[in-house]
Design a protein around this ligand. Structure first.
Ligand SMILES: Cc1cc2nc3c(=O)[nH]c(=O)nc-3n(C[C@H](O)[C@H](O)[C@H](O)COP(=O)(O)O)c2cc1C
Length: 191
């Protein structure tokens, strides 16, 4: 997508397709702004507290409208998503001048072929250590680095995000453009 292409969209279907093309690109392109996204969750079931953090988008399935990221199964975000699967992802790409907000329903997977096939690739890389700490994420440290767990006791989890709504905002010098996409259809919105 060339820079400034946002100006050329008059067709909501073409814009929607372009958003998924950019999502697919961001998992392969470490410089793409959408690759590191902000995931917002409810921290408590009652909804009186929220949480947000950066995650790396690892895989995108445009046909299924699904996104995947990896995490430690013991992390607070995994617990929060098990409790309340509805969450929001926010992506910003300075190069495109595009913000994308995605409402998602999350599924935290810790077993099965989808998990074991990803772990089989990951376990051979330095990133495997992210999932081999004996201490859950957020644990207080006494200063001694903990010894990594044996590989078979990893805490790798795959989080699959089913996108239910997209809200796109395109910034340009002549004025902003915004569009919404959900199960009911697509529409231009006042920015
Ligand atoms: C650039 C960047 C990318 C990150 N990617 C991930 C990720 O893909 N998965 C993950 O679990 N944490 C990732 N983190 C760490 C989280 O932002 C967060 O600090 C940590 O996972 C604890 O989050 P939680 O307490 O909400 O579970 C990333 C942090 C940064 C700064």
């Amino acid at each position: 997508m060339p820079l400034g292409a946002a100006e050329s969209f008059d067709d909501l279907a073409a814009l929607h397709a372009a958003l998924w093309v950019e999502l697919e690109r961001c998992v392969a392109d470490k410089a793409h702004g959408w690759r590191v996204a902000t995931l917002a969750t409810l921290a408590t079931r009652s909804g009186d507290s929220v949480d947000a953090r950066s995650i790396v988008l690892r895989e995108v399935d445009a046909a299924q409208q699904q996104l995947i990221f990896f995490t430690d199964a013991r992390s607070p975000k995994a617990a929060q998503l098990r409790d309340t699967p509805r969450a929001q992802l926010v992506c910003w790409c300075p190069r495109l001048g595009w913000q994308l907000r995605a409402k998602v329903v999350a599924e935290v997977l810790t077993e099965g072929l989808a998990v074991s096939s990803r772990w089989a690739r990951l376990r051979l890389s330095p990133a495997a250590y992210d999932y081999l700490s004996p201490l859950p994420p957020g644990s207080a440290l006494d200063g001694t680095p903990p010894t990594p767990l044996p590989e078979q006791r990893n805490h790798f989890a795959l989080v699959r995000l089913q996108v239910t709504e997209l809200d796109w905002l395109g910034l340009r010098s002549g004025g902003q453009r915004r569009a919404g996409f959900d199960a009911a259809g697509a529409r231009w919105l006042s920015p």
